[in-house]
Design a protein around this ligand. Structure first.
Ligand code: GSH
Length: 282
């Protein structure tokens, strides 16, 4: 195993996330393999918490690439889900890719009387429209987040370039949000909200590390963008206060330490390397 800085991150969640992990530490055939620091994991973890799905949370360090982990997920990434094929949980079927896992959990635990409201609408067009904006989050907002936090002065583009690219993608999404709010679909919470929640929670890292920070202009001085930014702010305030988002969050300082290697652009994570090389995220 190659030793690199990423294997040295703290082994355990802290704060609220530690409590949640602890309360799901007993053996259970449905297992979420996760890392407390990982936003893709947080998506799946939020879905499990929203729907009160019985499961076991297993904290691992995906940078170590243990053979047992690679046997479940050859991509070697968290989140990885072990789906039971029988009540004993022997011979589990693996699933990976956070968006796939989240949709699977919503469909596999569909009984609204037990697991609460479905996380995608019933109307087939509305459901496709949600997937369209989930794609916008995955293919535009999330990559721009990493270009932003990994920006260093030696790049061929300026921090203003990445900031304005990032703002553009957020505004495009905010314009699609139901105007009454607070969620993307208005009063209905959905996977669109969940897919972006982890990066909304991590925006403070950009304020912490990058000159000029996230840089959204203060209310009242946004000119033509007043309406779109205030809709963004309404969503942002709601999502960062959502109970399950808070339950899956460790102490802020732990993220500040863990993301320093992104801010310095020295991370050897697959996401970090792809961003550095201008490639599609894993
Ligand atoms: N597309 C994947 C991305 C998952 C991902 O990149 N996870 C990171 C942690 S945040 C990981 O496991 N990294 C291990 C590595 O880079 O070697 C998903 O949506 O699940």
């Amino acid at each position: 195993m190659a030793t690199n800085v990423d294997t040295s991150i703290p082994a355990k969640p802290t704060g609220a996330a530690a409590e949640l992990a602890e309360s799901h530490s007993t053996e259970h055939p449905l297992k979420l393999y996760g890392g407390w620091f990982c936003p893709f994991v947080q998506r799946a973890w939020i879905v499990l918490a929203e729907k009160h799905i019985p499961h076991q949370y297993v904290e691992i360090n995906p940078y170590r690439k243990d053979p047992e982990f690679l046997a479940l997920n050859p991509r070697g990434l968290v989140p990885t889900l072990a789906v039971p094929t029988d009540a004993k949980g022997k011979h589990p079927k693996p699933l990976y890719e956070s968006a796939v896992i989240c949709e699977f959990l919503d469909e596999a635990y569909a009984d609204e009387t037990k697991f609460g409201p479905r996380l995608l609408p019933n109307d087939v067009y509305e459901r496709a429209r949600c997937r369209l904006w989930i794609d916008h989050i995955a293919s535009r907002i999330v990559p721009a987040f990493y270009r932003f936090i990994q920006h260093t002065p030696d790049k061929s583009y300026t921090i203003e370039d990445v900031r304005s690219e990032f703002h553009g993608h957020l505004k495009t999404l905010a314009k699609e949000m139901d105007t009454s709010g607070p969620w993307f679909l208005g009063d209905r919470f959905s996977l669109v909200d969940i897919m972006l929640a982890p990066w909304a929670k991590r925006l403070f890292l950009i304020d912490h590390y990058k000159p000029g920070g996230v840089g959204i202009t203060v209310a009242g001085q946004r000119g033509d963008d007043e309406e779109v930014w205030s809709r963004w702010q309404q969503w942002f305030d709601a999502i960062t206060e959502r109970e399950t988002v808070k339950q899956t969050w460790s102490n802020d300082e732990q993220y500040i330490d863990a993301y320093k290697r992104y801010a310095d652009d020295t991370t050897s994570s697959e996401v970090g390397k792809a961003t550095r090389q201008g490639k599609k995220l894993p």
